[in-house]
Ligand binder design. Sequence first.
Ligand SMILES: [Ca+2]
Length: 150
Amino acid sequence: MRMRAALPALAGVAALTGTALLATPAQAAAGVTIYYVQYDSPGKDDRSNKSLNAEWVQIKNNGSSAVSLKGWILKDASNHKYTFPNVKIGAHKTMKVHTGQGKDTTSDKYQGRKAYVWNNTSDKATLTKANGSKVDTCSWTKPGSGHKYC
Ligand SMILES: [Ca+2]
């Protein structure tokens, strides 16, 4: 008696494997976001450069690759703008934008202002790309602790 060839029953399995793709978690904020704002400089607002630089906005790149910030704009509710120079923010890195004057580094940028820009009482930080498309916003409505995780 002759053995039968193996049945071609497994052919149907291939059709099922395509459904196993994982969905991307909706809560994972992609790309660059406004991470933290120190809108009330600690201590007395004496307009010293040290005090001005203790007021800052921190952005974060949540992505797995560097992002060019060339021409991106960070602005307040009164449309005071800071334009990023030709720099990149590395993957999973943060960057602070200080209000006062200073020498830019990889992690710290300076708007070069001689006055505070982020209102202690209420304000809104908006980050846009060079073409004006909105990247993220962060707003606050009372002095509170003087800072906010966005
Ligand atoms: Ca302030």
